[in-house]
Write a protein that binds this ligand. Structure first.
Ligand code: 6PG
Length: 214
């Protein structure tokens, strides 16, 4: 069963996530999968000032929108501006999603194949309970490879590359962040296992009071 930890504020969630990541790297985690969206930004900013041997870390991404890497909607750009321009990981594997969902997923699958099982995966949650670009009821949930492309994301932009549910489930450690009352319904549905974010058994959820509905 996933474990849910409720913290007072979004700032506390970001701090707890950064502490977990830093500790996991200190304990030997070498592959770190970053989340997109807006929630993890503060966590990334906090990590910049933490004592982490970034040279030992290989950074990957859980999903990417099919836009150029310098586009304002790019998950890579968000991670670069908040973290990767300010620390120096040994390797950064961005998802080349600007090549399109199919080619992007094909190229990324080759990267993940040699690195899996992934040590530490960070994920955000959508209001509908999606994680990465795995949306409730979408056929991509059934795909078995390492990564897949989609062309009909309900959250814009529609074209995306995402790790598969089986890749996320195979990771050694998964941390899921949810903050704000807009995520409360998603958290409730995840607890019942009804949405993709609730389908990763060993995940550790870090949520604030808003997302917990308290
Ligand atoms: C994306 C994401 C997606 C995101 C959630 C939460 O590319 O959109 O990776 O899975 O993490 O939708 O997004 P927010 O943190 O912005 O609410």
């Amino acid at each position: 069963m996933p474990e849910f930890t409720v913290l007072d504020s979004a700032e506390d969630v970001a701090a707890a996530a950064a502490a977990d990541i830093s500790e996991a790297i200190g304990e030997g985690a070498r592959t770190l999968v970053l989340a997109g969206g807006t929630t993890p930004r503060r966590c990334y900013e906090l990590l910049v000032n933490m004592d982490v041997e970034w040279g030992r870390v290989t950074v990957l991404f859980g999903d990417e929108r099919c836009v150029k890497p310098d586009h304002p909607e790019s998950n890579y750009r968000m991670a670069r501006e908040s973290l990767l321009d300010r620390v120096a990981p040994g390797t950064v594997h961005r998802m080349p999603a600007e090549l399109g969902p199919e080619e992007g997923a094909e190229l990324y699958s080759r990267v993940v194949a040699v690195l899996a099982p992934l040590d530490l995966v960070l994920l955000g949650v959508g209001e509908d309970g999606h994680v990465a670009s795995l949306f409730p009821g979408h056929p991509a949930l059934e795909i078995e490879g390492w990564a897949t492309g989609i062309r009909d994301s309900p959250k814009p932009p529609p074209q995306r590359v995402t790790l598969t549910l089986s890749t996320l489930r195979g990771a050694k450690r998964v941390i899921i962040l949810a903050t704000g009352s807009g995520k409360a319904a998603a958290v409730t549905r995840a607890k019942r296992g009804e949405v993709p974010s609730g389908m990763i058994a060993g995940a550790r959820w870090l949520i604030d009071r808003g997302a917990a509905g308290t």
